[in-house]
Ligand binder design. Structure first.
Ligand code: TYM
Length: 328
């Protein structure tokens, strides 16, 4: 079985990325040998990036993968731009993807905002490159957060369009997989908005590189409401429900069990326990990230070696695709 997923090396990796994606990858890696975890730097440049910051972010993302438990010997871990077949396949897919399908993509609408005319063509065709990432390796499963569901569905549509166009059964359908307990971690400032590495407010998220005091401060200051008691109601109490969700995702406990545990307790007791739980898991990860970043040459070597492995698999697919398309 082949599993493929990726994270953009932009900003700080948050507990949203960790709980929605990485934690799940670490679980899957325990039983599966065919895991490929990419650092999608070609996706990152669909919006402007400072070149020096991008280089740093690629290394920190790799460090975060390894520090969280991804094994770069067992799984393939590399940055996308090193394997040129991603963009080659994306071009071919661009030529079979109707514009109407891209117009439906909600992430483009969110990211381009009011300035649609000024957004890059790359941002618009972003989901096509994502389909190429997944199909280049004939991935069976794609473990991501809920926000990427529409993109994985598009990858399935593109696989179907390719097969129909060339009258083959070449690409099979990749499956969207999400964390059992949590699919969506929300902002700590606004429970109706996704926690995001690109949110201008750092108080809206917890980064894997935050120190203990910062984690503590961010949870203590997290928006809640004035309703008594701790209970789960995403409609009426989105912020409190989000904190319960985070608690559930870190501990693996059910929402019902958590609510029961806090029935007669105060908001501040709940927050203090949540802080302790987050720190217990994030502190060792942060410390490993810092250690790994002291040996950037080693990290670059890991990227190089793994890109070679990925390149071999990718080349096989691209050769077959070239032949099907009619290239000599
Ligand atoms: P990106 O970099 O935005 O996010 C990386 C992963 O983290 C998940 N995630 C969240 N999960 C729960 N709650 C949140 N608040 C939250 N924020 C982010 C995302 O769902 C994702 O799994 N397009 C992708 C990267 C990508 C990719 C791929 C993924 C490119 N090619 C191929 C899978 C397969 C993205 O922007 O992720």
């Amino acid at each position: 079985m082949t599993i493929f997923s990726g994270i953009q090396p932009t900003g700080n990796i948050t507990i949203g990325n960790y709980l929605g994606a990485i934690k799940n990858w670490v679980e899957m890696q325990k039983t599966e040998n065919g895991c490929i975890f990419c650092i999608v730097d070609s996706h990152a440049i669909t919006v402007p990036q400072d070149p020096n910051i991008l280089k740093e972010a690629i290394l920190t993302t790799l460090a975060a993968y390894i520090a969280s438990g991804i094994d770069a010997e067992k799984s393939i871990v590399y940055n996308q731009s090193k394997v040129h077949q991603h963009t080659e396949l994306a071009w071919i897919f661009n030529c079979i993807t109707p514009i109407g399908w891209l117009n439906r993509m909600t992430q483009f609408k969110d990211k381009a905002g009011k300035n649609k005319e000024k957004a890059s063509a790359g941002l618009y065709t972003y989901p096509v490159l994502m389909a190429a990432d997944i199909l280049l390796f004939h991935a069976d499963k794609v473990p991501v957060g809920e926000d990427q569901k529409q993109h994985v569905e598009l990858a399935r549509d593109i696989a179907g369009a390719f097969n129909r166009r060339f009258d083959v059964e070449y690409f099979s359908m990749p499956e969207f997989i999400t964390n059992k307990t949590t699919t969506r971690i929300m902002s700590l400032r606004d429970g109706t908005k996704k926690m995001s590495k690109s949110d201008p407010s750092d108080m809206s998220r917890i980064n894997l590189t935050d120190d203990n005091d910062t984690i503590s401060k961010k949870i203590r200051k997290a928006t809640t409401d004035s309703i008594e008691g701790i209970y789960f109601d995403e409609e009426q109490r989105p912020e409190v429900s989000n904190l319960i969700n985070i608690y559930a995702a870190f501990t693996g406990k059910s929402i019902a069990a958590i609510v029961e545990h806090f029935t007669s307790k105060q908001n501040n007791e709940f927050k203090q326990e949540l802080i302790d739980i987050i720190i217990a898991e994030i502190q060792p990860i942060r410390e490993k990230i810092i250690k790994l970043r002291q040996h950037d040459d080693h990290l670059k070597e890991i990227l190089g070696k793994n890109a070679e492995k990925a390149g071999l698999l990718a080349e096989k697919t691209i050769q077959e695709v070239r032949d099907l398309v009619g290239f000599l």
